[in-house]
Design a binder for this molecule. Structure first.
Ligand code: ATP
Ligand code: MG
Length: 445
């Protein structure tokens, strides 16, 4: 009983749906015709036409019923999807290839301070940017209008990901653009998913602000300790057995100060406030100056240091000398520190053919990096397991800073390594100053 009742309920439900209209119209017309026939036509003809009408009615009913059911399912899915999109935490804008807006959800309304009905169904053109109310949305729809855009995906590849930052008011948006295609791969339009990351980034900033304050507080007393050891070490009357203890103390204080300074630099980098001062620098002589500072340490470690100068000796690059020195110093220091006795470190510099970049290569004959750990090389505090065993000194911040500094110069850094054979670090820097980012931005992984 129960299930047949359910079937009836279902049939009655669909009979009421608008897709059944044709069936009802036909039923009405057929009844009217039969009623008229009863008066004017012989009974057997009425019977035959009733049968024909009944047949046609059945066909229409079955067709309409199927249609009603299919449409109902589609509508239900559409509503579910709309409900989901509307209530998403991310802003969603969908539009056709002519930039006619088709979807504009609640979060998009909040982010852009625009009501959906103001844009829905209308073509959104770049000219809209001239109207203050639509400016932000125009900058998201056409990122070339935005003040600061950092692409997070390759140009022309979908989904496209870009970070947009605005300063007045402060707003950090991550915009993902996807293509909407049908089954036959015809382009129907695009969808932009807009994530408001302002709070997230602010939270990260306040965390690094804490590190900054703590590090600053540590620096002053550490300096005092360092100076105390220094002056004690210089004391002539100091018995020899104390001298060693004092020297150890001095070394430890200096190391600690270095670590605190590294932490301070990392915090500044992550706040996007490292403060780059870019200037034109002849890079070959700059490298020579840096490498000269490593000669003593290389000798102490029994390492031969070579620099393969390029034939052409005029590479003027736009760099921050002090920051670039931090990056290169650490890469060279690592190549010396993680080397073997009588090993070597070779540094080369070359122009990349047909590309506006120079490539710097630092090759060592050292202990190498375990293959399963090389992916973590540029992560904060990473130290490889083979290093931890014999080199207890080091915080694992050097390469993290180096990567950030090189990226801020418009370059890339990567490494190749064979365990127990050696490691090569590569990094590139643009020769064309227009490829150096104008604004300091921190790219978190
Ligand atoms: P510091 O913060 O003082 O530089 P660190 O040298 O340990 O400490 P990074 O320079 O970031 O930190 O290097 C991270 C880790 O990567 C190292 O601890 C080491 O395990 C590995 N590594 C880096 N360079 C080399 C290299 N040339 N050969 C072998 N391992 C390396
Ligand atoms: Mg290091």
């Amino acid at each position: 009983m129960g299930s047949s009742e359910k079937i009836w309920d279902k049939i009655i439900f669909y009979l009421k749906r608008p897709d059944m209209r044709l069936f009802w119209i036909f039923l009405g017309l057929a009844t009217a015709i039969i009623l008229m026939e009863i008066f004017y036509v012989p009974g057997y003809l009425v019977f035959i036409s009733s049968l024909v009408f009944l047949g046609i009615a059945a066909v229409i009913f079955i067709n309409n019923y199927r249609l009603a059911k299919a449409n109902f399912t589609i509508q239900l899915k559409k509503k579910q999807l709309e409900g989901m999109i509307i209530s998403l935490q991310d802003g969603v804008i969908a539009y056709d290839p002519n930039f006619k807006i088709m979807v504009f959800n609640l979060t998009a309304e909040e982010i852009f301070k625009i009501k959906a009905e103001e844009v829905l169904g209308k073509d959104f053109t770049p000219q809209k940017a001239s109207e203050a109310r639509f400016k932000l949305m125009a900058q998201v729809m056409f990122p070339s209008l935005a003040p600061v855009v950092i692409a997070r995906s390759e140009a022309g590849m979908f989904p496209q990901v870009a970070d947009l930052s605005f300063s007045d008011p402060v707003l950090e948006l991550r915009v993902t653009t996807v293509k909407i295609l049908d089954d036959k791969n015809t382009l129907l339009g695009f969808m932009k998913i807009v994530r408001n990351r302002t709070r997230e980034i602010e939270a990260a900033h306040s965390k690094s602000e804490f590190v900054t304050v703590a590090a600053h507080q540590l620096r002053t007393p550490l300096n005092a300790i360092s100076w105390t050891f220094e002056s004690l070490a210089g004391e002539e009357k100091m018995p020899a057995e104390f001298k060693e203890i004092i020297n150890n103390g001095k070394t430890a204080a200096v190391k600690l100060l270095e670590t605190v300074n590294d932490l301070l630099d990392v915090a500044k980098i992550e706040e996007g406030k490292f403060g780059y001062q870019m200037e034109d620098v002849e890079f070959v002589s700059f490298m020579e100056q840096i490498l000269a500072q490593h000669l003593v340490s290389a000798k102490q470690h029994g390492i031969a240091l070579y620099f393969d100068r390029p034939e052409e000796k005029n590479f003027v690059l736009k760099i921050d000398k002090q920051k670039m020195a931090i990056a290169i110093n650490n890469i060279v220091e690592n190549a010396i520190k993680y080397n073997v006795k009588n090993g070597e470190v070779r540094i080369a510099l070359e122009k990349i053919k047909n590309e506006p970049f120079v490539k710097i290569t630092v090759t060592d004959t050292g202990i190498g990096i375990p293959p399963d750990e090389i992916g973590k090389l540029f992560k904060k505090f990473f130290r490889a397991t083979n290093v931890l065993k014999f080199q207890t000194e080091g915080t694992g911040l050097g390469l993290y800073m180096a990567r950030n500094i090189i990226r801020q110069h418009g370059g890339q850094i990567w490494a190749e390594s064979t365990l127990n054979r050696g490691t090569t670090f590569y990094f590139t820097l643009p020769t064309n100053s227009s490829l150096v980012p104008i604004k300091e931005v921190f790219v978190e992984e």
